[in-house]
Design a protein around this ligand. Structure first.
Ligand SMILES: O=C(O)CCC(=O)C(=O)O
Ligand SMILES: [Fe+2]
Length: 229
């Protein structure tokens, strides 16, 4: 039986293989389905660990698989600048070429996330941070490449739907933990992040940036009610 190919994947595969490549399509489709299931389970397990799994709703979330190939010429420096992910969680396979680094929450030191066989890297993102009223940290990470072999990574990004309202449930809020983030529509936050990132790319700032990201705080602080409901 032929499984339907998601539209986004079909359009990029048509560009790469105009004559079609059903073998690779099937492999990636199978991988996407497996990683989606794993990601949903991880998300539910995180919520369960905070006693809030009743809020998990299958239909509220969706995911996207990206395939990265990063090759940097000898003597050059490249990769991906420091950032937090803006989604709920990212579950990523990385090959063994290395280069992925995470900034520690305390001390702000960069540490290598060394590739381990048969393992995935999981990043919790800004949406989960906001939804958990800051209980779940969204870690700053980057990819630093210099004179390394090309890097392949397959991040699976798991998102709220654009019209979902990101609002910490009452379990995360009490007298000792006041509400940190005004509820916002995920789609508004996504648009804000996209706009900042494309401006940075134009100014070639993206790779050089060393400063900490505070997208969420800036979005809520400066968005003159745009993200606030
Ligand atoms: O390619 C990598 O290893 C990192 C990718 C990443 O952090 C991202 O796309 O948000
Ligand atoms: Fe990332």
């Amino acid at each position: 039986m032929e499984l339907p190919i998601p539209a986004q994947f079909r359009s990029s595969s048509e560009q790469m293989w105009p004559q079609g490549n059903s073998k690779i399509c099937k492999i990636i489709e199978k991988y996407s389905a497996g990683i989606e299931e794993l990601t949903r389970e991880i998300t539910q397990a995180i919520m369960k660990s905070f006693g809030v799994s009743k809020y998990y709703e299958e239909s509220q979330h969706w995911g996207l698989l990206r395939m990265n190939y990063c090759d940097v010429p000898p003597q050059a420096r490249g990769g991906l600048g420091p950032h937090t992910d803006h989604n709920l969680i990212t579950v990523m396979y990385q090959d063994n070429s290395g280069g992925l680094e995470l900034k520690t929450k305390l001390g702000g030191k960069w540490v290598d996330l060394k590739p381990l066989p048969d393992s995935f890297v999981v990043f919790t993102g800004d949406s989960l941070k906001a939804w958990s009223n800051g209980f779940i940290h969204s870690g700053i990470h980057r990819v630093v490449m210099s004179n390394k072999s090309p890097r392949v990574s397959l991040p699976y990004f798991f998102f709220f739907r654009d019209d979902a309202v990101v609002e910490a449930p009452p379990e995360f809020v009490d007298d000792h933990h006041p509400r940190l983030y005004t509820p916002f529509r995920y789609g508004d936050y996504k648009a804000y992040c996209k706009q900042i990132k494309s401006a940075r790319c134009e100014h070639k700032e993206f790779f050089e940036r060393e400063s900490d990201e505070a997208f969420l705080e800036n979005f809520l602080g400066t968005s003159t009610g745009r993200g606030n409901l």
